[in-house]
Ligand binder design. Sequence first.
Ligand SMILES: *[C@@H]1O[C@H](CO)[C@@H](O)[C@H](O)[C@H]1NC(C)=O
Ligand SMILES: *[C@@H]1O[C@H](CO)[C@@H](O)[C@H](O)[C@H]1NC(C)=O
Ligand SMILES: [Cu+2]
Length: 375
Amino acid sequence: MRLDIFSVGLALGYLLGQGMADEVDDLAARGLENRRAYDAEVGGERTCTLENAAVRKEWNALADNEKREYIDAVLCLQKLEPIWPQTEVPGVRSRFDDFVALHIVQTPTVHGTANFLGWHRYYMWQYEQALRNECGYTGYQPYWNWATYADDPLSNPMFDGSDLSLSGNGAPTDHGDVTIAPGLVVPSGTGGGCVTSGPFVNMSVNLGPMAPIMPNIQPNGDGLSHNPRCLSRDISAVVSQSLTKTSDIVELITTKEDILSFQNYMQGDIASGFLGVHGGGHYTISGDPAGDFYVSPGDPAFYFHHSQIDRVWWIWQNLDPANRLHVVAGGTSMFGPSTRNGTVDDPTDLGYLGEAYRLGDLLSTTDGPFCYIYG
Ligand SMILES: *[C@@H]1O[C@H](CO)[C@@H](O)[C@H](O)[C@H]1NC(C)=O
Ligand SMILES: *[C@@H]1O[C@H](CO)[C@@H](O)[C@H](O)[C@H]1NC(C)=O
Ligand SMILES: [Cu+2]
């Protein structure tokens, strides 16, 4: 593999920040090189380039003061007034909750669908914008490389419960096995109760549950009424060991050639008991609301998981931009066969949280509203 100076710089930055680069980082560097060649070939005037784009980093590559600033911005978002009227969503109490509400409402039309990746890219970007524009954060949304600590996710400093973590595991509770879907049960982890330390120890989860998987958590109607409770987690090494190792990510990126195979393998097939890296990250955290398909963004760790989902897609796109940068495939509803397939011309509507963009304008991280890459 040939490495240019930029990739070497990225890899070096990663090495310094994290101790080691993995095979996915190598694919990311190769993708960037491809992408640079592709952009040059396409030509034209670009305002956003690979050189001036913002760089989203792995959480553990951030300096302590950068972590502090990020955490403070999330706590700030949790204190700002919502823009979504309570006449429509009675449970919203903050700008943070606006994002949870949107995910609850739109879940059936943005998962297992043609817009799954593009919608989440746009949604995550609006969250990052809110942190920056409304809470003074000067960095970008960090990602969680699941693989680095897939053997033992609780050893990730991100979940060590310190002031510079995203809080840790939930308190040990005597709950049973966790039923993700009928016939898909994972053994109880060592937590399950409220998180006991770290920045989000006092956080109020206001919306949901809607589709809880923990035996000790009950659903609450449409999930939109006010139901304040603690943030709980049941971090699972069983899930990360089986689904989010480096080899799992590499297989996804290197063996799926078309967008439909890629996104299907990424999201797994619950009916056959395979969760893919997408379900893998969600159910590694588990608990309430992280394990709830609808309410999962109510755990601040959601945005780290979905940044990594977005990064894996970005890497896959960059490895063959000509064929992968402008394509979507799949239906328009998570339930049953779709009455129609999605297209690049479909509007991607975030309601109160952002203007509608054509799906086709949300497929490149350096076009449309976006200007970022992953480092
Ligand atoms: C949580 O609340 C307790 C009691 O009010 C307070 O002492 C503590 O500092 C708070 N912790 C955080 C991280 O906000
Ligand atoms: C959606 O696309 C798939 C694959 O191209 C095709 O088999 C299917 O018939 C399409 N569904 C509809 C409703 O058009
Ligand atoms: Cu989602």
